[in-house]
Design a protein. Sequence first.
Length: 394
Amino acid sequence: MAPLGPDDQLHEYFGNIHMHTTHSDGSGSFDDLIEGAVRGGLDFVFVTDHNVLVREEEEGYRRGVLTLVGQEVHDTEREVTGNHMLCLGVETDVSDQAKEPQRLIDAVREQNGLAFLAHPIEEGTKLFERLYPWHNWEVTGYHGIELWNFLSSFRGFTTSYARALLVAMLPHRFTVGPLPAMLAKWDELTQERPVVALGGTDVHAVVYSLGPISRRFMTYVECAKALNTHVLTRVPFRGQPENGDTGFRAENVRHDRELVLEGLRRGHCWVGYDLAGRTEGFRFWAEAGTRTGGDEGASLPSGAAATYESVAIMGDTVTLPAAGSLRLQVRTPDQAEIRLLRNGRVIAQGYTDTISYDVRDPSVYRVEVWKNRWGKPRGWIFSNPIYVRRAEEE
Ligand SMILES: [Zn+2]
Ligand SMILES: [Zn+2]
């Protein structure tokens, strides 16, 4: 958990939300996955094996990591591969609905779970032609998309076996961010309704070989340190019992699990490429013109007069005040290239660690932050949008 300033009443937790184990095609056990999570400093993980909800592994705290079990569902008999759906927070296996994407989404919602389209846009090469994009864009009711799938973001670089091995050995030299086509598609979708973006590693930790050289590609540790989804919550986790490494105190687990799910459901989260510098402490919020509390210049209102309820954070929909203005605020934990986007177009940018912007139009606003690392700009932070609506629209 990030240390929070006195001006910020939010709690922050981060984790990997898309992980595979030996229960499907991953190479590691729950213990291997947790070892990676501990070394990466993660607060939570979602195990999402293919078409199986791993019931024999209870959800709970393992070595301080909130371990949650979802699943990644797809139709194994589909001729053209794709339509992978991350189903988080489901209570029973929904993979029997895989053939009908809309029914699958409905089944997830019936269980109060969350449905996210996994790696919905993929770009490959001749070497690895087989892709797994989303096909049925006519579906409705899903909560969001996996904006940046770490595994998938390497596909376009594997133009030869030698290069594929190089990618496997030095992944951070290659990946630069979500696919531009994916960002464009997301901007298109959010014009219609809020669509939450997550970042997932899709860790499998499988071994790639070229002649005598072999290399385990994207281990659990590497993935935990790389691409995470950071969630903001209004109340803190209860955490595990103090004695013992493993805790299954059901009510605490249920409480903390619901906090994570609610943060993801509402888009109170961002995608952080933590390998380029930890993204903890990033904030994007909107506040109405006149402030009633807190010191001038404080980054979030403090004190009783200006509470969390008086500001909107990423994921929220806010009404443009008829009089006065709405101010968007961005704060990053380090100086970097901050870009504020309105309906997918950059409207303000700068190499800095704070940006303020007075909103005049009802639109969809989001933030990208880019950082120079390993010789080129890398996508560092991708916020969920703040949706600004006109008063009449309500
Ligand atoms: Zn998948
Ligand atoms: Zn996967």
